[in-house]
Design a protein around this ligand. Structure first.
Ligand code: FE2
Length: 425
């Protein structure tokens, strides 16, 4: 007797398979015989492993408009606004907002999140709050925390000390922001310093790196060098990397093999960077997204991150990683069918690889976390961003939703409207 069988769903690779679950593990796949305490009929629906977001700011989420909106729409005004908010927000405020966001995430099948937590203020209330959130959601969301010196490792007197304090308190990952240090040299030194720290402590490192339109912001070069030097490949990520968009092509032809050699991964954040970057341009106005297809062609693992939902930097967002992939697909012009399918893979398997999640997938023995989507395949899921009919986390059904049953009644037209593709496939 299984605990649960998800019957007849279509996996992202097109295979039709049952998935049988006992406890928190997938125990059988294929045509499963046997009884279960609960059966979910997923015939014709897409079954995916859970969505994964490798780049978020949960200490700031759902604070939009507090203390006021970002009038210029720039990264720098966002940082300045956040600087005010983080000193008036209480631990309870941040826990409440973050838990609400986790509810949204769970309903969308987003079950693993890496969140940067600002370690700049000496009170470290954000760290305290996010560690509490991590504890409270642990049974259904895997939350990784990054010690993130938002105002720079060296620009404030306690920037470096506070990163270390946060790690000592239980934050998982080393963070940095080299392009925000006072000088290029101090930015490069911060990369050497933080990679050494990650290596000494055996931790992962994830750096906000070169989130600027300045083509001379080349800290990714130093990051890749230090990742190679310390053997941090597979444990290191460069987030944003937007300056690469504007770099000279000849320089990039040297840079990409260095990044590939290091084994570090890349996390562009398309919803945010298509809105924040290029604000100083007139026309033509740059897109500001890093070179996704080019990195993938060099064998570099690239994911899609969400970054922000309703905070000082971004006024919208729904915790839906399909929105993120949809925007990324457009901005990076990944419209070939294989590229669209890859965009879906990026917000599932790719992001899981970046976060080094264990037991992730839909094979026998994997952790029993999955999503049933009202779509027939990954590309249709991107087109529709459809209802999550069921979300299962670690063997437990944590969200259910009825299939969209909207109806149109127009003269001379059949009543039913189906958003899913019904032509020859
Ligand atoms: Fe970020």
């Amino acid at each position: 007797m299984f605990d649960l069988i998800v019957k007849g769903g279509t996996l992202p690779d097109g295979t039709v398979s049952d998935i049988a679950i006992t406890g928190d593990r997938i125990v059988a796949t294929g045509q499963v015989q046997g009884e279960a305490r609960e059966v979910i009929d997923a015939t014709g629906d897409l079954i995916s492993p859970p969505f994964v977001d490798p780049h978020f700011h949960m200490d700031a989420t759902l604070s939009y408009g507090t203390p006021r909106v970002n009038a210029s729409g720039t990264l720098l005004e966002g940082i300045s606004l956040w600087g005010e908010l983080r000193d008036i927000a209480t631990v309870d405020d941040m826990v409440t907002r973050a838990l609400t966001y986790c509810d949204w995430a769970a309903s969308m099948g987003l079950l693993a999140i890496r969140s940067h937590v600002d370690t700049t203020p000496d009170h470290l209330r954000g760290v305290e709050a996010m560690l509490e959130v991590k504890r409270q959601v642990a049974s259904y969301i895997d939350l990784q925390l990054v010690a993130f010196p938002q105002d720079g490792l060296y620009r404030t007197g306690t920037g470096r000390a506070n990163v270390i304090r946060a790690l000592d308190m239980g934050v998982d990952i080393v963070g940095g922001i080299p392009h925000f240090e006072r000088t290029m040299e101090e930015g490069a030194e911060s990369m050497r310093d933080l990679c050494r720290l990650a290596a000494e402590r055996g931790l992962m490192i994830d750096v906000h790196c070169d989130e600027t339109d300045d083509p001379m912001s080349r800290h990714v070069e130093t990051l890749a060098r230090e990742v190679t030097r310390h053997g941090l490949g597979g444990r290191a990520a460069g987030s944003h990397l937007t300056s690469m968009h504007s770099m000279d092509n000849y320089y990039v032809s040297k840079l990409l093999p260095l990044i590939a050699e290091s084994g570090m991964t890349a996390i562009p954040n398309p919803l945010i960077n298509i809105t924040l970057q290029g604000r100083h341009d007139t026309y033509p106005k740059r897109r500001g997204l890093t070179r996704v297809r080019e990195m993938q062609a060099h064998g570099i693992t690239v994911g899609w991150g969400q970054d922000c939902v309703m905070d000082p930097w971004y006024s919208l967002g729904t915790a839906d990683m399909l929105d993120v992939a949809f925007m990324g697909l457009h901005v990076a012009q990944m419209t070939h069918p294989a590229e669209m399918a890859r965009c879906f893979d990026m917000v599932t398997y790719g992001n899981a690889a970046i976060m080094n999640l264990e037991g992730y997938g839909l094979e026998k023995g994997d952790i029993a976390s999955l999503v049933v989507l009202d779509a027939s395949d990954p590309v249709e899921a991107l087109r529709l961003r459809p209802d999550r009919l069921a979300v299962i986390s670690k063997g437990k059904v944590i969200a259910r939703r009825h299939r969209n049953d909207a109806r149109l009644a127009l003269p001379g037209r059949p009543e039913s409207v189906r958003r899913r593709h019904q032509g020859p496939r």
